[in-house]
Write a protein that binds this ligand. Sequence first.
Ligand code: ADP
Ligand code: SF4
Length: 700
Amino acid sequence: MGCNPRYEVLFEPVRIGPVTAPNRFYQVPHASGMTNARPRTRAAFREMKAEGGWGVVCTGAVSIDPSSDDAPLPFATMWDKNDIRAHALMTEAVHRHGALAGVELWHGGASVMNRASRLPPISPSGIPWMATHVGFMGNLRPKTMDRSDIRDVLRWQAEGARKARSAGFDIVYVYAGMGYLGYEFLLPEYNHRTDEYGGSIENRVRFVREMIEVTKDAVGASCGVALRVSLEELRGRPGRNQPSEAHELIELLADIPDLFDVKMDSSPTDCSASRFSGEGSHEPVIDFVKTLTRKPVVGVGRFTSPDTMVSQIRRGVLDLIGGARPSIADPFLPAKIREGREAEIRECIGCNICISSWHDGVPVRCTQNPTAGEEWRRGWHPERIEQTSRPERILVVGGGPAGLECALTLGRRGHQVTLADSARAFGGRLAFERTLPGLSAWNRVVDYRLGRLSEMSNVSLHLESRLGADDIIELGPDRVVLATGARWTNMLYSPMEIPVGRLDHSQAFTPDDIANGRLPEGPTLVFDFDNYYMGGVLAEHLAAQGIAVSYATPAGQASAWTIMTNELPLVHRALSKRQVQVMTLTTLKAFDGEAATLSHLFTGEESRVPCRSVLIVGLRVPRGELFDALMARAEDLDAAGIRSVDRIGDALAPGAIVHAVHSGHRLGRELGTVMSEQPFRRDTPIVDAETNFEMNAAAK
Ligand code: ADP
Ligand code: SF4
């Protein structure tokens, strides 16, 4: 099948200064958590997107000087020759597929704490970013930049650009977004200067303009120079001769960079979760940019629909379709559109687990694409898989995320797969969770896999098929995979921060009860020590049905772990909108049908909250009965010719959907193969390109 003529516009080349992007698919810079410490992992991760048809593939933020040090958060560097070599692996890999390679040169200004380099952070006026989340907090306030500091940064940028060119990059960025140094000059809250760099918008833009100019002087003859700028705050400020300061900024810089990469100001709005916003959510902020410049414009919006992409081009919003998350979830998104295979796109679900990986300081993980980050170390390709030479009959029990992914992977390898589930529909936990407020897009995990499975002649799908040990032994497959999931418990929580005891009461509920259609009566207390989305979203769900809900958690915030996925502020807003009272640092001690006895996590001080029901969102444990029953019948398994019984996903170790999908994929790849002793290859930094190498020598 060829490309739908409607989508051909997406495959037109676009000039970016002296270079030309082969099409409009532009993987904007995004964090990968790989850094220069894992150069091969990074090169392979980025290469996959070039192979999948992205015309431009950028690396994440790259520090231009040790005064921009985000440790312990992962960040890359362009400081010395080793760095150049490390990045060159990526540019060579991207060029192999005809794509352009871009680099986001970066100085963090006041937002970095320089914990490792111990240099003072720098900022236009010494105004710090006073983050609320402990992971971003620091005790060192930035130094106010004097003129020589400004000159230094301009020099580092030019040197960084030359090093980037030596590393083979085609597009070099000036970064003025997301709270970092360039942005700090643009915003009056950060910039209190009274010299020519502060005050009017013309003055506040000056530093960014000079950054672009020095970059162009350094590499502009051979590289495209891009400006990445956040416009959300500035769009909200009236301009003097334009509707907003964002308009004035674009007008002032209209002819200077070769490309505008436009975005929002903070991670929760820039990279918003699907729970709270849909595809194309940046448009109201960035829609005007193309009216003020003739230079190409790229922007993002979690675009996975080719019709939306075409609409952005046709309506003059964007020239290049930016993608970060959609390119992680499906590196082959452009190729699938080009080949008329849109139905096969593995659409990003907007869960932001990828972002949590960066907050965790590890290489990127993705719920939809289990091969993300595994390209080099495990050799996994998102679209190709080694065929088995010995097809076997494999029974997968349980069709949730783990079972679906495992059945799909085994089917792609050429096995005869039977997938059975006791429920009326496939999807496991998602059959219920997709009905909760904001979570409908998460069902793409099921839709993508069921779509592919239903096309495979070697896979048979069976619903309403509850299987016990007798049934399985009677079926006698070669192998059995159990993906039977987990169940929520009514366990409570101790001041030692571990689950203890149980709350047995007819009006004590777990999420499984709600999933089974049993609703609590009267005012309900949600007690959440799971800390991810479930407690918060169920509080919303119950409140939406007219139940008076209060919410208690031993953590410091509601759904505390959602700080990792950019959702936390919006969870609090959603609960407040539903008038859910939130009590933090609180544990549930007892419940008598009239009131819950709560206790402060640290002081032990007790209080009573009147309520008729409690919903405990706490510990999950595997549904292990079937596995135990099969293990007790080793001789019968032998006699039936069953060679192995494996567990995957929540049935093995309860986790988030991302864990279940990865677990199902891994077993799907490895089942029946000989595994080496080491489960994956270990990457190493490139070191000692030259001993006693001068930091900036490469720029000369
Ligand atoms: P995971 O996240 O690990 O995929 P889920 O809880 O989402 O786990 O899915 C588990 C699935 O297994 C559910 O759809 C459930 O109906 C199914 N299941 C559990 N036990 C059996 C069984 N004995 N026979 C068939 N299906 C089962
Ligand atoms: Fe999309 Fe979630 Fe994958 Fe991130 S982890 S790319 S949000 S599906």
